[in-house]
Design a protein around this ligand. Structure first.
Ligand code: PMP
Length: 326
């Protein structure tokens, strides 16, 4: 019989699929997509959730029967919830009222407690989700605050799992790696591994308008006055998380909220790949950079999560019309 001991053993070994139409038939390079929605929690984040928990166990930060606390409503919460179920931990996720009800319901379905805080308060306000998660971690005995932004097990997971898998699937023959960047875990972990194997591989981060990542990469300066809120989910930041090492990143390409949405919808309709908003942004970034590629290039683009999380937004025609994008 061919089975795994539990659901966590199904994390990883996701497929690499050639893109045939979405970039247009005259796109010069071969482009293959690493489809991370094949993970059990439907995103790449399962990999880092497992690694962060296992490292916290080893370091004695998380003890049997403990409570995992994180500020998330999304993919990291889903990954942590799966790990917690198998390993016997409780989960409390603190999120804000900007997030859809469905996201909170999914986490509750997996046994997590979800606390919803107001969005429009300062981070220092005691009601903000930052303050609430920190306070809970102090108050609840035997609890552990994950902090995916500054927890370096995040990028290490991609160095140990995502990147070697891509290397093995391609025989190391690719020339460019294109990936959405948020906490910096995926791009830095993979970028470090790839540059150690072949320093010529170009590592390209996908950023949004309203985020400070590209500007910080190019100038080393943080100008919070240039940050503003945007609709794209999962990528871009208004802080520089500890998980970044900009030395492994060659370029950031910014994509608009509109283009990310349009290309996610094209990816679904033209390739049959139903992926998330940031996946659309990654494809849009490639399209924008078309003139920089040649026939000899081989591009790996990583698609972070599944389209089902976005049926109320980019895959909903009314929502698209409200934005004026349809
Ligand atoms: N896309 C999606 C949908 C995500 O949830 C995330 C995680 N924030 C990213 C992209 C960016 O990945 P990372 O945090 O590893 O930079």
């Amino acid at each position: 019989m061919d089975y795994t001991e539990n659901i966590l053993f199904t994390i990883g070994k996701t497929p690499l699929v050639k893109l045939n139409k979405v970039l247009g038939e005259d796109f010069p390079a071969l482009v293959v997509a690493k489809i991370e929605s094949f993970n059990p929690g439907n995103s790449v984040k399962d990999r880092m959730a497992l690694k962060m928990v296992e490292d916290a166990e080893k370091q004695g930060l998380l003890k049997p029967g403990g409570t995992i606390i994180e500020g998330t409503s999304g993919n990291t919460g889903m990954g942590l919830a799966l790990v917690a179920i198998v390993k016997g931990y409780s989960c409390i996720f603190v999120t804000n009222d900007k997030q859809s009800k469905e996201k909170c319901d999914i986490l509750r379905a997996l046994g997590a407690k979800v606390i919803v805080c107001p969005t429009h308060v300062k981070a220092t306000d005691p009601r903000s989700y930052y303050s609430v998660s920190k306070r809970l971690a102090k108050e609840i005995p035997n609890s552990w605050y994950v902090n995916q932004y500054d927890n370096l097990s995040n990028r290490q997971a991609h160095y140990e799992s995502t990147a070697p898998e891509i290397w093995q699937q391609t025989g190391g023959k690719f020339t460019h790696f294109v990936v959405g960047a948020g906490t910096g875990g995926t791009i830095t972990g993979c970028g470090k591994y790839f540059k150690e194997q072949n320093k010529d591989i170009q590592v390209i981060g996908v950023d949004t308008y309203g985020s400070i990542l590209k500007e910080y990469h190019e100038t080393g300066e943080i100008h919070l006055e240039n940050a503003y809120s945007y609709l794209t989910e999962g990528i871009g930041e208004d802080i520089i998380p500890e998980n970044y090492d900009m030395a492994y990143i060659d370029h950031f390409e910014k994509v608009t909220d509109k283009d990310g949405a349009i290309f996610a919808r094209k990816l679904a309709k033209e390739e049959g790949i139903f992926a998330g908003y940031s996946a659309g942004s990654a494809i849009a970034a490639l399209y924008q950079m078309k003139s920089k590629f040649t026939k000899e290039d081989i591009v790996v683009v990583l698609l972070h999560d599944h389209g089902s999380r976005y049926v109320g937004k980019i895959y909903n025609d009314d929502w698209m019309r409200q934005q004026g994008w349809l």
